[in-house]
Design a protein around this ligand. Structure first.
Ligand SMILES: Cc1ncc(COP(=O)(O)O)c(C=O)c1O
Length: 406
């Protein structure tokens, strides 16, 4: 019903993923493949295209009237998909999640305050914290049994009176960790006992592989809801990142008011109509498309994990329960990180995200976006295998760790 195998030519279409390869990676080869930024090479759900076409055909593109239908569509989606009850009155729109994170920092912290992140973690967390003259407090994740875990005791020892906010990536990028309700609840309780605001970025919450189940922070810790801000969007789920619209959701009216003042101060209370139309249509019409996508992505994940293990001795993909971003440890290959980078970028002509971009714990890893039609994925996996075909390492990992289910 949905043709995820169809290869769509995206070069020369203002696609950051494809048209920025040479500039950002230095790979000039015309057949270079992008496996970096979190953007899929699939057509959006048909209902999105239809809604946008209607708008385009009408050809009047004036200011967008927010009638509340967008927030209702989000609330209904979260109820249907995640059994989470939200109130539309808790929703503040922002021009994307990262800008929402910046606005939250401006609303509730001062320059010099500390923001906790759990690295290796989404690199834009670091950037937006520093761009707002706040400081990063790294609470490095620990890897056990092929899965990340938080070490709250170690974090506790490092908190200071300037520690104000936690940026929690739920599910986690990179690594695809689907945090359990207990883990999220423990973090929320920790935040309550140390007077921290918990910002739960749940942009990947719909991208669940192989039947994994997401627990929203508000569902895991309803009694701490007053100190939770949840960031939600349709853009990652439905491949609409260029729409640049997201939501910050909090039942705490005081927090919401402070955030809304920052939104107003930035002149951001009026929304891009194309982004609003596309994302509302996605929530309202995209469910069957998403179900099919998740089956496809789960198959691609299994293919990638098996092929990398088989063709690159020592390469160790972290078992992925969420996202389409494989997180692969190359340290077992016995090759220097520069050698690995050279093989991937020059020999395989693949632009991957370097692990050190994600902060402490990322060195020696690469993040590989596999949300592409299978023919392209096959091509990429073949090239990667060839680029490492001369490597014969003792640390070959024969059997994968069992997929963590806790
Ligand atoms: C955890 C996380 N948050 C936010 C974003 C980006 O959100 P936006 O484009 O709405 O700023 C990404 C994109 O990859 C992400 O992985």
């Amino acid at each position: 019903m949905f043709d995820f195998d169809r290869v769509i030519e995206r070069r020369g279409t203002h696609s950051a993923k494809w048209d920025m390869i040479a500039k950002l990676s230095g790979i000039e080869a015309p057949d270079a493949l992008p496996m970096w930024v979190a953007d899929m090479d699939f057509a959006a759900p048909p209902g999105v295209t239809e809604a946008l076409m209607e708008e385009v055909k009408r050809a009047t593109h004036g200011y967008y009237a927010d009638t509340g239908s967008w927030a209702s569509a989000l609330v209904e989606w979260m109820q249907r998909r995640h059994r989470l009850t939200l109130d539309p009155g808790w929703v503040s729109q922002t021009p994307g999640i990262v800008s929402g994170l910046g606005l939250i920092l401006q609303a509730i912290t001062e320059p010099g305050d500390e923001v906790v992140v759990f690295p290796p973690a989404y690199h834009a967390f670091r950037k937006i914290i520093l761009a707002n003259d706040r400081r990063i407090l790294d609470a490095r994740l620990i890897e056990t049994d092929g899965r990340y875990r938080m070490d709250l005791a170690a974090l506790e020892a490092r908190l200071s009176p300037r520690s104000k906010v936690v940026f929690y990536c739920n599910p986690h990028n990179p690594g695809g960790t689907v945090w359990t309700g207990d883990e999220t609840r423990a973090l929320a309780a920790f935040c309550a006992s140390h007077d921290l605001i918990l910002v739960s970025d749940e942009i990947h919450c719909d991208l669940l592989l192989g039947g994994a189940v997401h627990t929203p922070a508000l569902a895991a810790a309803p009694d701490f809801a007053d100190r939770i801000i949840t960031c939600l969007a349709a853009t990652k789920t439905f491949n609409l990142a260029g729409a640049h619209v997201g939501a910050c959701v909090t039942p705490n009216a005081q927090l919401k008011d402070r955030l809304d003042r920052r939104i107003a101060a930035g002149g951001l209370s009026s929304y891009n109509s194309f982004g609003m139309i596309a994302t509302e249509a996605a929530w309202r019409t995209g469910e069957a498309w998403l179900d099919a996508l998740l089956v496809y992505l789960t198959g691609s994940r299994d293919l990638l994990e098996a092929r990398l293990r088989q063709s690159i001795p020592g390469a160790r993909p972290m078992p992925l329960d969420s996202t389409y971003l494989a997180w692969v440890d190359f340290s077992g290959t016995g090759l220097a990180p520069e050698d690995v980078a050279e093989r991937v970028s020059r020999r395989a002509r693949i632009f991957a995200s370097p692990g050190d971009q994600f902060g402490p714990g990322g060195a020696g890893w690469l993040r590989l976006n596999f949300a592409m039609p299978r023919p392209l994925l096959e091509e990429a996996l073949g090239r990667l295998g060839n680029a490492f075909s001369d490597v014969h390492n003792r640390t070959r990992i024969e059997s994968p760790p069992t997929r963590a289910r806790v």
